[in-house]
Design a protein around this ligand. Structure first.
Ligand code: FES
Length: 87
């Protein structure tokens, strides 16, 4: 698992293996929009402030992946122990 810091909400959540960032964020009571939950629609796109993303979606371009400042939180995860998100 890894930690997701929700900077605007002033909280952080643990994202265990097998749980999506989206689900962990919602369980913390932070409302986020989502639709497909499969990494294809873009509804859950979130700005990444710090940390390295393991992209698992099928929507972002190579350039967007390389820039590392966006992620689709329904499927993508963290490479390291901590992500800071603009949520
Ligand atoms: Fe569709 Fe995340 S909800 S890409």
């Amino acid at each position: 698992g890894f930690e997701a810091v929700l900077k605007r909400s002033g909280t952080s959540v643990l994202v265990p293996a097998g749980t999506s960032v989206l689900r962990a964020v919602r369980e913390a009571g932070v409302a986020v929009l989502a639709s497909c939950e499969e990494g294809t629609c873009g509804t859950c796109e979130t700005t990444v402030l710090e940390g390295a993303v393991e992209h698992r979606d099928s929507l972002l371009t190579e350039q967007e992946r390389a820039a590392g400042d966006l992620m689709l939180i329904c499927v993508s995860r963290s490479r390291g122990p901590r992500l800071v998100l603009d949520l």
